[in-house]
Design a protein around this ligand. Structure first.
Ligand SMILES: Nc1ncnc2c1ncn2[C@@H]1O[C@H](COP(=O)(O)OP(=O)(O)OP(=O)(O)O)[C@@H](O)[C@H]1O
Ligand SMILES: [Mg+2]
Length: 226
């Protein structure tokens, strides 16, 4: 049973004088606990597919089933609840809140997910994930004082501190050098293996693909054959 199934997904962007079909009937099954990497040329529709699968924008046609429920049939409030509780997000840049410490960034995420965890449980989860990303020593630091790789590791910790089912990552290594990119990929693999988090990611970089369990090649709005 896939954790996420995408069937006949289409997306058309319309403006006053033009219509562009960006996704042209995508069928894709994401296996639980795996890392699936979307790759392909710029403009092929990778980010559009990722953000629709994650409930961040709506499709024009097609269905998305997450854990036996059709995301595409839900009202906006239901989609927001799934996003907040079951999904985590990482992007090319860390997008940390400048005036919150590392620990406070994670607390904010737990509040958003409306977890009923005790204070002790919250602290344990924060310690556990910050240890994993090797940032516990920086828990009282503000983002401005962290390195690029450090910021991205905090962003990953923040994306999974509420124990989501799925992590959606759009080019999470694109702003990092090769060594830091590999560290981030190892981290994603640890999250998938040890915490059973299913990862759907977009990547341009060939060397990151070796960490993926499944590679999906996109070409001009369709999934191509490798
Ligand atoms: N909000 C939008 N409105 C109109 N067109 C859009 C919008 N978002 C994306 N597009 C168009 O859809 C196509 C696919 O974009 P998308 O961002 O999904 O590509 P991508 O594969 O992620 O590219 P990249 O590797 O450069 O990030 C592009 O032609 C883009 O211009
Ligand atoms: Mg993109």
């Amino acid at each position: 049973m896939p954790i996420l199934s995408i069937d006949g997904l289409e997306k058309i962007f319309s403006s006053a004088n033009r219509k562009e079909k960006v996704l042209k009937g995508i069928n894709l099954e994401i296996t639980k606990g795996e890392i699936t990497a979307l790759t392909g040329a710029s403009g092929s529709g990778k980010s559009t597919l990722l953000t629709i699968a994650a409930g961040l924008q709506k499709s024009t046609a097609g269905t998305i089933i997450f854990q036996n429920e059709a995301l595409t049939d839900m009202n906006p409030r239901q989609v927001r609840a799934i996003r907040a509780k079951k999904f985590g997000f990482v992007f090319q840049h860390a997008h940390l809140v400048p005036f919150l410490t590392v620990q406070e960034q994670l607390e904010l995420m737990m509040d958003t997910a409306e977890l009923k965890w005790s204070k002790d449980r919250r602290n344990e989860e924060i310690k556990s994930i910050l240890d994993l990303v090797d940032m516990w020593g920086h828990r009282d630091s503000y983002p401005g004082t962290l390195s690029g790789g450090g910021k991205q590791r905090v962003a990953i910790a923040r994306a999974v501190v509420h124990k989501p089912e799925m992590l959606f990552a759009d080019e999470p290594t694109a702003s990092l050098d090769s060594k830091r990119s590999m560290e981030v990929m190892k981290l994603l693999r640890t999250l998938s293996r040890e915490r059973n988090i299913t990862v759907l990611m977009v990547t341009h970089e060939e060397e990151t693909l070796e960490y993926a369990d499944t590679i999906v090649q996109m070409k001009d709005g369709v999934i191509g054959k490798e």
